[in-house]
Design a protein around this ligand. Structure first.
Ligand SMILES: C[S@@+](CC[C@H](N)C(=O)[O-])C[C@H]1O[C@@H](n2cnc3c(N)ncnc32)[C@H](O)[C@@H]1O
Length: 359
């Protein structure tokens, strides 16, 4: 039976009765609580929702990733059966744009086994409506792969996975927690420091009050998928806001109605996310035996894949939309817009040469 209590009330009762909870537990409840989690409710994307993503800005984003994937499939000698998996496919827009382009390559459609990994029932319904013709299957976990290579795509998925936060004090690193003071949710610290050997070596000389974030969930997903790709062949492409080397400082943020919002207010109604530590994901992929590319910015990646040529072709075909196409191209590529903030990560079987990277 569903609880009549709001998520806010449920969290406060849990803290009042069992004590403060870690930031990761708080974030996990806010995002994926079975009935009240942010990603269990209405579609959060688009002008009516809380934020807009690259595939929703322009079809060019998905089309270029379609070319990228066909190129890898051809490098693998066009296997007769392969899995294409998207993590967090949103409205299915990215995958629809990918497949419209990729299925023009002879043999790609027949070889395709489409898998989606999604937690949100409202978005799952949109994915079903949009991608029905490709007979997608939704994965409950990562144990259910067919034989053959696996190509994985994720746009703005890893930033939605819970992070833990630690703060340096005189006696060591304490985990940041969410507690209650005077009936209001507040941040606090675990009373006991964590064993120093569990922190990365580079943080040994950190100043007092330095904050360090880590997502074990993101590392675990990357590790599990990398092992599958290492065994069966293929690649993982992940695009997100993030940084290339483990760093300190807070990136946890709340977004509601296209504006920043307090992380502790309105649990379940605010999107919570954190910048992705791509350095950690690169480490997990390499440990599994995959090769990795130097991180590219989204602007570099899309430009190398030919967004300017694609924008010009689209404008020629739709002269009345030329200005909208130019604005969308700029939004995706320009450094002061999404171009530099978003980074592109690629891990792959040794021997493959993914398009769009510097090496
Ligand atoms: C920020 S949206 C990005 C959607 C889409 N990739 C796009 O670019 O428009 C995050 C996506 O990941 C899904 N998601 C978030 N947390 C998830 C989880 N723990 N397991 C599976 N899907 C999740 C969301 O429901 C949503 O589809």
């Amino acid at each position: 039976m569903n609880s009549p209590l709001t998520l806010s009330q449920q969290i406060d009762i849990q803290i009042a009765t069992s004590g403060p909870i870690s930031v990761a537990t708080y974030m996990g409840l806010c995002l994926t609580h079975p009935t009240h989690g942010y990603y269990k409710g209405a579609d959060p994307l688009g002008a009516q929702g809380d934020f807009i993503t690259a595939p929703e800005i322009s079809q060019m984003f998905g089309e270029l990733i379609g070319f990228f994937l066909v190129n890898l499939w051809q490098q693998m000698d066009e296997p007769k059966r392969f899995t294409l998996l998207e993590l967090g496919p949103g409205r299915g827009t990215l995958m629809a744009d990918i497949l419209r382009v990729a299925c023009r390559a002879p043999g790609f459609r027949d070889a395709l086994s489409l898998k989606l990994f999604e937690t949100n029932p409202a978005l799952t319904a949109q994915q079903r409506a949009r991608l029905e013709a490709y007979e997608p299957k939704w994965l409950e976990n990562f144990n259910d792969f067919d034989q053959g290579p696996v190509l994985i795509v994720a746009n703005e998925f890893f930033d939605a996975l819970p992070i833990r936060q630690f703060i340096r004090k005189a006696d060591g690193w304490h985990e940041r927690q969410v507690g209650l003071a005077d009936g209001k949710r507040v941040f606090g610290l675990s009373p006991t420091p964590i064993p120093p050997e569990t922190m990365p070596d580079g943080l040994a000389g950190a100043e007092p009050d330095t904050l360090f974030e880590v997502s074990f969930a993101a590392g675990e997903v990357m590790s599990v998928l990398s092992k599958i790709v290492a065994k069966q062949g293929g690649s993982i492409l992940a695009i997100d806001y993030g940084y290339g080397q483990t760093q300190t400082g807070e990136t946890l943020q709340g977004v509601r109605n296209h504006a920043y919002a307090d992380v502790l207010d309105n649990p379940g109604e605010t999107d919570l996310s954190a910048h992705v530590d791509f350095g950690a994901l690169i480490g997990a992929a390499r440990l599994a035996g995959l090769s990795t590319q130097p991180l590219a910015t989204q602007g570099e990646f899309l430009t190398r894949l030919g967004i300017d040529e694609r924008a010009a072709a689209l404008s020629r075909a739709n002269p009345g939309s030329a200005e909208d196409i130019r604005l969308a191209r700029d939004r995706l590529v320009q450094s002061q817009q999404m171009g530099d903030l978003f980074k592109v990560f690629c891990a792959h079987s040794p021997g493959l040469i993914p398009a769009g990277f510097a090496s």
